[in-house]
Design a protein around this ligand. Structure first.
Ligand code: C5P
Length: 237
């Protein structure tokens, strides 16, 4: 398999409230996008690298280019950003020392999960190598999770043993993901598309879960950033 890796980094970071686009926020003096791209490089998997950045963000574009990635302007939603990146795969330069054949698989990764260990990437890639078409890294759910109705009354309690929290990178056979997004685009890409595997599910494509990692936590809130700094600023000082 020849892998393209998409890193989505076009989010505003409004929930973090740091006053910078999230991918520019530093941990141990290094922007989250730099952490994410160093992590991707370390996997040795990417033959093409595409990064979505907020419109006009020259700082993030410069970081992407340092890693030989193609920076593309993201969309209004994560799903729109992923589409922009998928459409740009064939414009991305081949990474040094990697195959310059057209990619036939893609790993879609959140910049916000910039500490994801190489093992999680490799677990996803290996499942794709062995013929799976859609693969996601997951961890057990620690909380009991309820569904609620529109009046905020509990409507159900799924068995926790059957629930998984989903991370990235999510891996796909490239033509399968392109077809899934093409179908979803016809219906308009909704805000409710929170990950890429949802689209494969709606097309009836089996999605395999492999082992994720607690180190793949997503930096969304100030608490997450405090955790990242506690873990990495100590280790790196
Ligand atoms: O908003 P959420 O936490 O789901 O974002 C997950 C990832 O998607 C983040 O890395 C963010 O930068 C990216 N994103 C994007 N374009 C958007 C919204 C989010 O690339 N319009």
């Amino acid at each position: 398999r020849v892998f393209a890796v998409v890193v989505v980094a076009a989010g505003s970071g409004s929930r973090l409230g740091y006053g910078l686009p999230k991918a520019q926020v530093p941990v141990a003096g290094k922007e989250l996008l730099r952490w994410a791209l160093e992590g991707v490089k370390a996997t040795g998997l990417a033959s093409r690298l595409i990064v979505t950045v907020p419109a006009g963000d020259t700082a993030l574009t410069a970081i992407a280019e340092e890693f030989g990635a193609l920076a593309v302007t993201g969309g209004a939603t994560r799903a729109e950003s992923v589409v922009a990146a998928l459409n740009a795969i064939n414009r991305a330069p081949a990474q040094g020392g990697m195959s310059d054949s057209d990619p036939d698989a893609v790993l879609v990764h959140d910049c916000a999960r910039c500490f994801t260990p190489v093992e999680a990437f490799h677990a996803v890639a290996q499942a794709l190598e062995s013929g799976e078409k859609a693969v996601i890294p997951v961890v057990p759910v620690v909380d009991t999770v309820k569904s609620v109705d529109s009046d905020e009354y509990v409507s159900g309690t799924p068995a926790r043993s059957q629930l998984r929290a989903v991370q990235t990178p999510q891996g796909f056979d490239l033509s399968t993901l392109l077809a899934a997004y093409a179908k979803a685009s016809q219906q308009g890409l909704a805000e409710s598309i929170t990950d890429d595997a949802m689209l494969a599910e709606t097309m009836g494509i089996p999605v395999l879960c492999v082992a994720g990692s607690e180190d793949s936590f997503k930096i969304t809130t100030r608490l997450d950033l405090a955790l990242a700094r506690a873990l990495y600023e100590k280790e790196n000082s």
